[in-house]
Design a binder for this molecule. Structure first.
Ligand SMILES: [Zn+2]
Ligand SMILES: [Zn+2]
Length: 73
């Protein structure tokens, strides 16, 4: 009768799949791609940690700090 088991499973799976955001999945701030080749550095404006992939860094693609809006190459 009560067949909501599947729904519950999906929701549970989602929670497991999503631990604390930002720590596991490293996303490049410039291209929004998840990559393992990431460079971290503090924002020159506010010190917030900025994550960028080596590709964007190598191409000097502009980034914008999500916290203070600082833009840099
Ligand atoms: Zn990138
Ligand atoms: Zn900033």
């Amino acid at each position: 009768m009560d067949y909501i088991g599947d729904c519950k499973l999906v929701e549970l799976g989602r929670n497991i799949y999503k631990p604390n955001s930002g720590q596991v999945n490293m996303k490049c701030i410039s291209c929004s791609k998840e990559t393992s080749k990431i460079v971290r550095f503090p924002c020159p404006g506010c010190g917030e940690e900025i994550l960028r992939c080596d590709k964007c860094r190598g191409l000097s693609i502009e980034y914008k700090c999500p916290k203070c809006g600082y833009k840099g190459p």
